[in-house]
Design a protein around this ligand. Structure first.
Ligand code: TYD
Length: 201
């Protein structure tokens, strides 16, 4: 049943926390699957390549969003729905909120249309719990990778808008905001507390 998502700007440390959480569930004998967005299916991974390839610049923001939505629709129907129906835990490295923050706010498409198409793409499959790992643009700059994909190549002004987007949407009750500047083990302890509180595991 439970769908848990991780959100935050590039470099916030999502992937490490997701690996730790998967490990935690496995040690307890709880079945869980992890998927990343864009991607997670054969079609999704092909869409991912187009989305992140620097050679695909410039890409119209609408094209960009609809590709993210297409990858998401495939992931929901092919992997997420059957698993949550079977009572498995599903952990997602990014989901609907990434599109609201990056395309809605970052690209300026607006929250309304992004939410509408997200709902269409996912058949209203909402996360039960969403961890928003917060870092500011200064930490983002410090952690930036050498080799950047098409979206990471955007400047600091873009990231500031994405952060503003996350700040606005993360007030909803399914969100848990955690401080991405914390040391990884400490951060994981905070996450596990929330997992235990919500799912009695
Ligand atoms: P990825 O390498 O997975 O980034 P990260 O490791 O930081 O999660 O690349 C995904 C990129 O796509 C990332 O820059 C965020 C962006 N993105 C969107 O702009 N919109 C979306 O809906 C999703 C899912 C990702």
């Amino acid at each position: 049943m439970p769908l848990i998502t991780f959100e935050g700007i590039d470099g916030c440390g999502k992937s490490t926390q997701i690996l730790m959480l998967k490990d935690y569930f496995e040690k307890k004998g709880i079945k869980c699957s992890v998927f990343r967005e864009p991607g997670g299916t054969k079609i999704g991974e092909e869409i991912r390549r187009i989305l992140l390839d620097n050679a695909d610049s410039p890409m119209d923001p609408k094209t960009e969003f609809l590709l993210f939505a297409a990858s998401r629709a495939q992931l929901v129907s092919q992997e997420i729905k059957p698993r949550i129906k079977a009572g498995e835990f599903v952990i997602l490295d990014r989901y609907i909120d990434s599109s609201v923050a990056y395309q809605g706010f970052g690209r300026g498409l607006g929250k309304k249309i992004v939410t509408f198409i997200n709902e269409f793409a996912t058949d209203l499959v909402y996360p039960d719990l969403t961890f928003y790992i917060e870092i500011d643009e200064k930490v983002f700059e410090e952690r930036k990778r050498e080799k950047k994909d098409r979206i990471e190549s955007e400047g600091i002004e873009f990231i500031k808008k994405v952060i503003e987007g996350y700040d606005q949407i993360s007030t909803a009750s399914r969100f848990v905001k955690v401080d991405g500047k914390m040391e990884q083990d400490q951060l994981f302890r905070v996450i596990i507390e929330k997992i235990k509180e919500n799912f009695k595991v």
